[in-house]
Design a protein around this ligand. Sequence first.
Ligand code: SF4
Length: 405
Amino acid sequence: MKRRQTKQIKVGKVGVGSDYPITVQSMTTTKTKDTEKTLEQVYELASNGADIVRVTCNEVDAATSLIKISTRSPVPIIADIHFQYKLALAAIEAGVQGLRLNPGNIRDEKHIKEVAKEALLAEIPIRVGVNAGSLDKDIAKKYPESSPEALVESALKEIRYLEEVDFYNIKISVKHSNVPLMIEAYRLLAEKVQYPLHLGVTEAGPLPGGLIKSVAGISTLLSEGIGDTIRLSLTTDPVDEAKYGRQLLEYLNLRDRKSLDLIACPSCGRAEVDVIKVANEAQESLEKKGFPIQVAVMGCVVNGPGEAKSADLGIAAGRNKGHLFIKGQVVKVVDEKDMVSSLVKEAELITNEGIEARLAAADKDAAKIAQEDAEALIDIQGDINNFKLKSKSVVEITSNEDIDT
Ligand code: SF4
């Protein structure tokens, strides 16, 4: 997908804009004044995929803590500011790598400009973070109903204040909890500014609905090239936000794979094993090891290796056996009870030795055994793969001149 061209900014060492990979953000849930606990969560978020972490700066003690947090954090720290502009000034002084201001609740133009001037000196960006629930009062009067126009106008008003003091180190978000409305707001904004955009569905809620809403809104925009950084605002452990955000970008091929991608067939009447159980067990064991590969769990050897041939590694069940395959080629046949353990072992070998080496080390008889098992199952269950042959016959029959039309 072609990215919308934007201005490039830096949040600490992390580039944000169309020249850089799309980044994942999350936010801590600890009290920021508890420096150690907050740092512990920041590390956890970073190791699960967050490129940038936001922390609230809601009191003087929080701002003081930010001195240590922003120095010791492995990723850039953004201070989230509501209402009190002086806390923004304190956070800049503490050394944060970015600020998020809510245009709905720091309303005094003088104060906004004062913060922007200090951020300019500190060379840190400001995110204008518009939120449907806290719009600028004048704008909320003008648009009594929530609308994309209201969100965008609120952002543009704030940006004008920043630009008036020559501050252009900006990214913007116009979040809403209503997915179609959020999508429209970002589309509208993308036409009006060149600043990078931070995407999110605000107050998306707990799993699974929150995840579905976030993925629907964010993916739609990303597929149109809109969006430079994302947050999945979920009512769950923030580690999930970071992890799912990262996975979303990997599944869309927008970031290199760092985590496991477990694919599995949905199972059907042909399944020779409890696919849901095996897939869940495989996911749990492989995820713990952190192998950055695609692994397939398939319910039958008749279709499994072929259907999942793009996977790095997979296993397909049949006749009380597991047929282990690499890029569609069966390399080993194991007992059904050993399916998960052999997948984990092979995943480790692939990670260490590479796919070519493991294909070269394939058991000589494995492909033959798999073929025999598949044929035996076809004998019992019938061949759903001879569809083409059957279709051809049907076409031939219907084109026969003897048939009355
Ligand atoms: Fe059914 Fe086999 Fe396809 Fe799984 S791989 S959905 S069991 S035909």
